[in-house]
Design a protein around this ligand. Structure first.
Ligand SMILES: Nc1ncnc2c1ncn2[C@@H]1O[C@H](COP(=O)(O)OP(=O)(O)OP(=O)(O)O)[C@@H](O)[C@H]1O
Ligand SMILES: O=P(O)(O)OC[C@H]1O[C@H](OP(=O)(O)OP(=O)(O)O)[C@H](O)[C@@H]1O
Ligand SMILES: O=C(O)c1cccnc1
Length: 498
């Protein structure tokens, strides 16, 4: 199912500087110059060892609906510079009115585990168009990948327990709630409480009831009984409004009556107090009363650390409801994805050289912030045990060619560390074609298939990469030619600035 939230044009959902640069390219006659940009991040979120790529379906929706409406253009017409004069001339607005995206876009499919410096999306096309896409692409990929990663971490600790996403009420606005519900499901949640996300994305919806239900009755027993009478096929009772242990006794009473009518007490929910102690006590009471199938749901500011601790304490919790700390990515509120120019095409008419790419990179005093030039692809080598290493290479300049025999991968942090991969080594090239000349050529898998992909990907990762404390760094390197090209370009740029 595609994301209906983006069925209207969001073409102005960008930073002003993208539009002023677009104007600059147009005015200086370089708008159509072919460029390549890469979208990548530099550091895993949450101090982890992996990230889950997510957001591509929404990127496709955004691009397919890209078109500046008359209202958009009228708005741009009103923008003025510091002299009070219009920022943009009419002819540029006419150009934008007729602008159709013609980019070629490759991307790593959603649900793939990815690592720092790997291009998640590669955009190739007229530089003006590539530039306009920067902000929306970052917005869409950064947030969804962040939340999918958080959910994948929760899934790792929840193991085979049920994981519910309860975050809408505490999410960052409407869109924060909607995209978080989608990404949380993809990352590993089993269902959401968000009904609109259920409708739009086909995510299973689940829920219990609130304290207000109990508080609205004379007493808890009456509240539970009324709920069971009204929804006998959906009875999970929140037992902690007044006294949790008494609440469990009241729930058991209702459960007995449900059984007499051929229904069952599906669960109880704990939402405060010591969840380890209370879940163990509740399990004992339920089991003694014969309710061995009744699930214990827990919520209350849970995250992967608390769930791990509760499991270590022997908590008897079957279902974890996680809201705030999941959908707000509480401990790291943003993934720092960036979008950098990596190559610009020159034609023989511009200089004496034949047509070809000028490689581009951003220098920095910090090695981690130096971007990598080139028309990049990521080759993931694997064997029966799982993923071995990822090698970033330049499609137009690989050794000896992308389908060829031995390739040498160089560790970006220690150039003396090299690994060779010969032709017998199994691999997958991660970036796949998504747009050709502005037309979508990629069919997004359905959301359930994307979710399943995350779990398959994680089973292919070494457990050391998945641990939360000091995770092992999964090897990612540059193919030798790309490494040499990058080194030569750094030298050249540094010399030019000396
Ligand atoms: N046994 C436990 N071990 C570790 N953390 C726990 C345990 N039990 C509960 N927590 C977590 O501790 C945090 C605070 O719980 P605490 O009991 O202090 O507040 P509360 O139950 O929300 O209080 P209130 O009764 O006022 O609602 C929550 O994030 C909760 O998930
Ligand atoms: O704790 P989170 O991970 O964010 O999970 C969502 C929380 O939202 C609800 O509380 P709230 O107090 O809003 O409503 P309630 O009266 O139904 O408990 C629910 O009981 C959870 O505690
Ligand atoms: O259904 C629930 O139990 C629920 C839904 C939203 C937030 N907290 C709990």
């Amino acid at each position: 199912m595609t994301n209906k939230l983006y069925d209207t044009s969001l073409s102005l959902l960008t930073d002003l500087y993208q539009v002023t640069m677009a104007y600059g390219y147009w005015k200086s006659g370089t708008a159509e110059k072919e460029a390549v940009f890469n979208l990548y991040f530099r550091k895993h979120p949450f101090g982890g060892g992996f990230t889950v790529a997510c957001g591509l379906t929404n990127v496709i929706g955004y691009i397919e609906h890209f078109s500046l409406s008359k209202k958009d253009l009228r708005y741009l017409q009103t923008l003025t510079g510091n002299d009070g004069q219009p920022l943009f001339e009419e002819a540029f607005l006419d150009y934008l009115a007729n602008l159709k995206l013609t980019c070629d876009i490759e991307a790593i499919p959603e649900g793939t585990v990815v690592f720092p410096n790997e291009p998640l999306v590669r955009v190739r096309g007229p530089i003006l168009q590539c530039q306009l896409l920067e902000t929306p692409l970052l917005n869409l990929i950064n947030f969804e990948s962040l939340i999918a990663t958080k959910a994948a971490r929760l899934r790792l600790v929840a193991e085979n327990d049920t994981l519910l996403e309860f975050g809408l009420r505490r999410a960052q606005g409407v869109d924060g709630g909607m995209t978080a519900s989608r990404a949380a499901y993809i990352g590993g949640c089993d269902a959401t409480s968000n009904v609109l996300a259920g409708k739009l994305y086909g995510i299973p919806v689940r829920g219990t009831h609130a304290h207000s239900w109990v508080m609205s009755f004379e007493n808890e027993a009456e509240a539970f009984q009324t709920y069971a009478d009204v929804l006998p096929n959906n009875v999970t009772l929140l037992v902690d409004t007044y006294d949790t242990i008494q609440g469990v006794h009241n729930a058991i009473e209702v459960g007995r009556k449900l059984e007499q009518k051929g229904h069952k007490l599906a669960g109880i929910r704990l939402d405060s107090g010591d969840l380890a102690y209370l879940s163990i006590a509740a399990r004992k009471l339920l089991d003694e009363a014969g309710f061995t199938d009744t699930a214990i749901v827990a919520s209350n500011d849970l995250d992967e650390t608390i769930i791990t601790s509760l499991k270590q304490q022997g908590a008897k919790i079957d279902v974890w409801g996680v809201g705030t700390k999941l959908v707000t990515a509480f401990d790291q509120p943003a993934l720092g994805g960036v979008y950098k120019l990596a190559a610009l095409r020159h034609t023989s008419s511009e200089n004496a050289e034949p047509d070809g790419w000028d490689y581009k990179m951003k220098l920095s005093e910090q090695a981690i912030k130096i971007s990598t030039p080139g028309i990049q692809q990521v080759r993931r080598f694997r064997n029966e045990q799982g993923f071995i290493a990822d090698m970033i290479f330049d499609e137009s300049n690989a050794e000896p060619n992308p389908a060829g025999v031995t390739m040498t991968m160089i560790d970006p942090l220690d150039f003396t560390k090299r690994r060779k991969f010969d032709a017998t080594q199994a691999f997958d090239d991660l970036l796949v074609p998504v747009f050709r000349d502005g037309t979508c050529v990629y069919e997004s898998p359905d959301i359930h298939a994307i979710r399943a992909r995350v779990q398959t990907q994680l089973t292919n990762l070494h457990s050391g990469v998945k641990r939360f404390v000091n995770p092992h760094t999964y090897p990612v390197g540059l193919e030798r030619n790309l490494h040499e090209l990058k080194t030569a370009l750094v030298m050249k740029l540094r010399e030019r600035n000396d």
